[in-house]
Design a protein around this ligand. Structure first.
Ligand code: ADP
Length: 259
């Protein structure tokens, strides 16, 4: 049941009448059509939907990787449309922590140095950067792996390093299929860790996922289909279908949403 008081606050992320179209050959691809959405801070949020429904496009707009053709994207009061490419890159470095399906760690750097990397863009000295990296690695349960290189870590551990790297600058965490390359146990551990970061540290996590397990961990799931954001009954049906396919049943989905 959802009883988070931050819901009454101003939203952290506002997507207003956003459309994103791509030209592919002679076709216009409508990746997103007139999507509006308000996301609050200190929430664990999922974008779900079939392949090609526009989830990654929406995530890329939220994280300032891409821009809409139409409409506004605001994050913490900053209208991303107003920023130049350079400003947007600097904004991303400060405000967005990215997590990918394949971890994207630098193989020649230790876990500690991988996590400290985003802090090179700050004014912090080296000792402070390493101290903060160690703190982030401790939070994700890897204090015993500080000097390990990525190849010496399991998939689940590598994703934990990537999560530590994504929280070290204290940004919004944006995750694209973070459990896509993990087995069932590691996937659940990573979903639980993301939820814990929200709960214990007030983090905001926005995630694209196909993973039906995610429904047990997130506060809100938004369902997309063919570039449209589903609402009301349509969204409830999409969610029930995911739960049924995963063997969880409709009741579980309804219970999570307090319906
Ligand atoms: P999802 O993440 O739900 O699988 P995407 O957001 O990646 O969907 O893609 C939505 C639609 O936009 C798809 O039809 C995809 O082929 C198209 N698309 C995404 N990115 C591009 C691009 N850079 N150029 C052309 N078409 C794209």
């Amino acid at each position: 049941m959802d009883s988070n008081p931050s819901r009454t606050d101003a939203p952290l992320i506002v997507i207003r009448n956003v459309s994103r179209r791509y030209v592919r050959g002679i076709d216009d691809v409508h990746a997103l059509e007139n999507v509006s959405l308000a996301l609050h801070a200190n929430r664990f949020i999922a974008f779900m939907g079939p392949s090609g429904s526009g989830k990654s496009t929406l995530l890329n707009l939220v994280s300032g990787i891409d821009r809409p053709n139409q409409g506004d994207v605001l994050v913490a009061g900053q209208r991303l449309n107003d920023l130049t490419e350079d400003e947007l890159a600097r904004w991303r470095a400060r405000h967005v922590g990215l997590i990918f399906q394949f971890f994207n760690l630098i193989p020649v750097l230790s876990a500690r140095d991988n996590v400290a990397l985003p802090l090179l863009l700050t004014h912090l000295d080296k000792a402070e950067r390493l101290r903060r990296a160690e703190t982030a690695l401790r939070i994700v349960g890897l204090e015993h792996r500080l000097d390990h290189f990525p190849r010496a870590l399991s998939g689940g551990e590598q994703q934990r390093v990537a999560i530590a790297r994504a929280i070290v600058t204290d940004p919004v965490i944006v995750a694209d299929e973070p459990t896509g390359d993990l087995d069932a146990r590691n996937a659940e551990d990573i979903l639980a860790l993301l939820r814990q970061l929200k709960h214990d540290f007030g983090k905001t996590v926005v995630m694209v996922t196909h993973d039906p397990r995610a429904l047990r961990f997130v506060d809100e799931a938004y369902h997309l289909d063919k570039g449209l954001l589903l609402e009301g009954e349509e969204a409830a049906r999409a969610e029930a279908a995911i739960m049924m396919a995963a063997g969880g049943g409709v009741a579980a989905a309804g219970a999570r949403l307090g319906r």
